[in-house]
Design a protein around this ligand. Structure first.
Ligand SMILES: Cc1ncc(COP(=O)(O)O)c(C=O)c1O
Length: 388
């Protein structure tokens, strides 16, 4: 057989999704891949049921159904504080995964560099490989997950640096960047002519007193920011595969060209069904954040009682736990496999997120019913018995 694709040959399958398969095999409580085990808001489930008989069931215009883009423009514009035109500034994508891929394909050339904070969401490395761009990793140093400004400036000032990828709130660290940090990043982006691509899929899961700031809304940044986001997390619909890009018309026009040929359009019945969700009042987002604060506290209090150390997240539904007291010198991959198969709790080895040599952590998520979290904590009571 002739040589298959060299880029694909460089990739292994996703560690996160591999842990999910192991969790299913061993009937473990799955705190690895981040998705809810509870239902989306009723208004969108009811609308979905209606749509089954009346449609739409065919392609939408490639940029997304107009009423879906109009609802998105209103909701996203209100949150960001930027007036958005559904035709010029919004593109409906198949999850933020496609939004990110379309963006990178639209703005980068082979050999360009992309600045990524580490630890990072594993998709970014694979998407860099697919686009033949070189990631330059800037550490977010645990346990506070802050960055060194000089290290960031060195990466941003490289003439080959085309863009910076900002995951805020950050998966897996749970970091919510402060306005000062974002202003610092924005100043560098403007100084060195770097495009900022945001991944803000956890924008509504923020724990007080932290607040989410949209870097696109800082002075001079709408001109150079492409916002990639998702409805997966905010409306608990990870399987619907609905995401979007919000950007100025010039950058957007390039992204649209890629999207047209990459996926044609996002699922039409689901675009229509989610509109009542996009129209929910602010109280929905307040209650949503309060519910996740409650879930974080269940997990945090339980872990503290068991004696498992962790980094307190500021946002997102992830938490990094410190496994060094329990792994007895084993690496995090072996430990997470044993945690899953012997104790029945699936977590993701921390090393799959870090570029640096960090292997004393694991990522768990708390997007689960309270009883699921309590069951995970019951099982984690046995963590010291794994290697007994
Ligand atoms: C940081 C981050 N970005 C993007 C995604 C994927 O989002 P989507 O379901 O919209 O493709 C995830 C999913 O876990 C994520 O954690």
């Amino acid at each position: 057989m002739k040589e298959l694709n060299r880029k694909t040959a460089m990739l292994t399958d996703s560690v996160i999704r591999r842990m999910t398969r192991l969790a299913m095999e061993y009937d473990a409580v799955n705190l690895s891949q981040g998705f809810p085990d509870f239902n989306p808001p009723e208004c969108i489930m009811n609308r979905l049921a209606e749509i089954a008989t009346v449609g739409p069931h065919q392609y939408t215009p490639t940029w997304g159904a107009y009423n879906y883009r109009a609802a998105l423009a209103k909701k996203v514009g209100r949150c960001m504080g930027i007036p958005l035109d559904p035709d010029k500034n919004i593109l409906a994508t198949v999850g933020s995964t496609e939004a990110m891929m379309a963006t990178l394909m639209a703005i980068t050339n082979p050999g360009d560099k992309i600045v990524i904070f580490s630890p990072y969401f594993e998709n970014y490395a694979a998407q860099s490989v697919f686009n033949s761009i070189e990631p330059v990793f800037v550490p977010l140093n645990p346990p506070a997950f802050t960055f060194d400004g000089a290290v960031l400036e060195a990466a941003m000032s490289d003439p080959k640096t085309k863009c910076l990828l900002l995951c805020n709130p950050s998966n897996p660290s749970g970091r919510v960047f402060t306005k000062d940090e974002l202003q610092f990043i924005a100043d560098l982006a403007i100084k060195y002519d770097v495009i900022v691509i945001t991944d803000e899929v956890y924008e509504h899961i923020i724990f007080a007193p932290h607040v989410h700031t949209y870097i696109a809304a800082l002075p001079g940044m709408w001109e150079r920011t492409i916002c990639c986001s998702s409805l997966s997390k905010t409306y608990s619909i990870t399987g619907w595969r609905l995401g979007y890009i919000a950007a100025n018309e010039t950058l957007m026009n390039e992204c649209k060209k890629v999207h047209d040929f990459l996926t044609v359009c996002a699922p039409s019945p689901l675009q229509e069904a989610v509109i009542p969700g996009l129209e929910l009042p602010q109280s929905y987002y307040d209650e949503f954040a309060a519910e996740y604060t409650h879930k974080k506290d269940i997990l945090a209090n339980g872990l503290t009682d068991i004696g498992i150390r962790f980094s307190e997240p500021q946002g997102s539904y992830f938490m990094m736990i410190d496994i060094s007291d329990f792994a007895h010198g084993r690496d995090d991959v072996t430990f997470c496999e044993d945690l899953c198969t012997k104790i029945g709790v699936a977590a993701v080895p921390g090393s799959s997120f870090f570029k640096e040599n960090v292997n004393h952590m694991a990522r768990v998520h708390f997007s689960k019913k309270d009883e699921t979290l309590y069951e995970a904590l019951n099982r984690l009571e046995n963590i010291r018995k794994i290697y007994a």
